[in-house]
Design a protein around this ligand. Structure first.
Ligand code: FAD
Length: 494
């Protein structure tokens, strides 16, 4: 690669200052590198709820990144506006000879990056794009006939076969920190020199407040989720102590059996290579199972790239026209955690109260919406996309289509979770249920999974009147199950 005098590294879903592929290449091949982050109004304006934990999560991560760059004598330029306008404008203003980014896989992001690349090309500024978010890019793990896989297990086997130690090496950015734009040189730009609208570079070095971004503070800092790249590291260190038990604990929501790193993986405050490397080199069933879950992430990203229609449509076209009943009242009960099925309600309230939901409960609540309430999986997918801090288009869509049996390697349509037996299995003593449903605190273990079975006397003695303190079940699971089986059996292909 040629050497550039000045480059721009644009941070997006990679908010960390270590093992960062684009930054590594920018620093290695340039004399000066400017780092920039854009609070992109093309994305932010679409968020209707101005109290959004994700925006605040990003805000904290950007803040930490900015401080880390400052510690190294440099700065993060923080811009607010349309990235499609600001990135080319900024590149011209600093006289960048190249822009460096890590690849994004979502359809809107791909369009945005193509648009920016075209604008930069008009000024002969190349945009260098790197793989950073995944271990294997969309076209790196294909079948023997060069087609994308549609079944996970053979994909995973091919993925593991392809993996070499060099795929897991960290990109040591710190080795080249001397190329980071120097704080003093940042103030030397004179706006009068430019014939086009310029960005106030001094102002851009300061972290912009949430309110200026048009957002309000949420409860994010009161939650148990440590923030920024330091928070991600803290979570990972904790997880290492119990990774060996992952396969045993991961389905039990009252145990801290998972890593809770999903939001950090979403925003790149942790490096996927560091996680995979640790799991791959560790021995035991826990590490192997965790590695497998991380490979699902690559799998869903690959699927979305090859089949972008899954964003709005069933992967299996025969299930495109399922005649869902889409009862709004039931949908509202599901959203508020008031279905009368305690495990489902605890999961939904965990989502509403914390922006996170345990994986097993994502499966149970999603299944309940689609296969007990006969509500279109796209409604649930959208609700999760608004609430989850870790919302990721490919994994969320993949998860919903898996549960709804419309996805490529999905749960068979005739397999329907029973919300009561699931509850008995994964939360036997109701510890998790009681955490999120305080109204059931005195409910005896024997009834915690199906409290409507309490007699009137028992209801009185545990201060839990069904229909008053907590709803009775909004549907009868056995009847709903039969209806859903018919729905899937009788569906007509488009
Ligand atoms: C209906 C539904 C919706 C989902 N929506 C999302 C979403 O929007 N964003 C998201 O990151 N995950 C989603 N998942 C996958 C999974 O539930 C979360 O990744 C997991 O609960 C996050 O917790 P963790 O970080 O402790 O995971 P761990 O169990 O510690 O796993 C480690 C990492 O592996 C990845 N991973 C784990 N399971 C899956 C999976 N099934 N598919 C893809 N990647 C996986 C995640 O990046 C996760 O952080 C969804 C699953 C379902 C069933």
């Amino acid at each position: 690669m040629r050497h550039y005098s000045t480059s721009l590294c644009w941070f997006r879903r990679d908010l960390r200052l270590y093992d960062h592929v684009a930054l590594y290449h920018a620093l290695k091949h340039s004399s000066i590198v400017y780092c920039v982050f854009v609070f992109d109004t093309d994305i932010l304006h679409k968020l209707s709820d101005k109290k959004d934990r994700r925006v605040e999560f990003i805000w904290h991560s950007v803040h930490e990144l900015s401080l880390a760059l400052r510690k190294n004598g440099s700065a993060l330029y923080i811009l607010h506006g349309s990235a499609c306008q600001l990135i080319p404008q900024f590149a011209l203003q600093i006289n960048a000879q190249a822009v460096f980014i890590n690849r994004d896989y979502e359809p809107d992001a791909i369009k945005r990056d193509e648009n920016i690349a075209q604008q930069l090309a008009q000024h002969h500024i190349p945009i260098n794009v790197y793989k950073d978010q995944v271990i294997f890019d969309r076209n790196e793990v294909l079948t023997g006939t060069n087609k994308p896989f549609s079944i996970f297990t053979p994909y995973k086997n091919a993925w593991l076969k392809k993996l070499k130690n060099s795929d897991l090496h960290a990109y040591p950015v710190e080795k080249y920190f001397s190329a980071l734009a120097n704080q003093d040189s940042l103030n030397t730009f004179n706006p009068k020199e430019f014939t086009f609208p310029t960005i106030d570079l001094k102002k851009a070095q300061k972290i912009i407040s949430l309110s200026l971004l048009g957002f309000k503070k949420t409860d994010l800092t009161d939650l148990a989720l440590p923030l920024g790249m330091s928070g991600a590291q803290e979570l990972f260190e904790n997880f290492k102590y119990h990774m060996a038990h992952y396969h045993e604990w991961r389905n039990l929501p009252s145990m801290k059996g998972m890593s809770y790193l999903s939001a950090h993986l979403r925003f790149g405050t942790i490096s996927i290579r560091s996680l995979i490397s640790y799991a791959y080199h560790a021995t035991g069933q826990g590490a192997q199972t965790w590695l497998s879950e991380l490979i699902w992430r690559d799998f869903y990203k690959m699927l979305l790239y090859y089949h972008p229609y899954v964003m709005d449509h069933a992967f299996k076209t025969q299930f495109e026209n399922l005649a869902f009943t889409n009862n709004m009242e039931r949908f509202l009960s599901w959203k508020s955690g008031l279905t009368g099925y305690p495990l489902v309600d605890a999961g939904m309230r965990q989502l509403n109260n914390t922006g996170f939901m345990h994986n097993r409960l994502r499966m149970v609540t999603a299944s309940f919406l689609v296969k007990d309430l006969q509500i279109d999986w796209r409604w649930g997918e959208k609700y999760f996309s608004e609430k989850l801090i870790d919302f990721d288009l490919s994994s969320n869509n993949g998860g919903w289509q898996w549960v709804a049996s419309t996805g490529c390697d999905a749960q068979p349509w005739f397999r329907i979770f029973n919300p009561v037996t699931q509850s008995e299995k994964v939360d036997p003593n109701g510890d998790f249920i009681r955490l999120y449903l305080p109204e059931l605190i005195k409910c005896p273990n024997q009834f915690i999974h199906a409290p409507w079975k309490l007699s009137i006397n028992q209801q009185n003695s545990c201060d839990l009147i069904i229909g008053k303190d907590y709803p009775g079940p909004i549907v009868d699971h056995a009847i709903a199950r039969e209806k859903t089986l018919l729905l899937y059996k009788n569906t007509k292909s488009p």
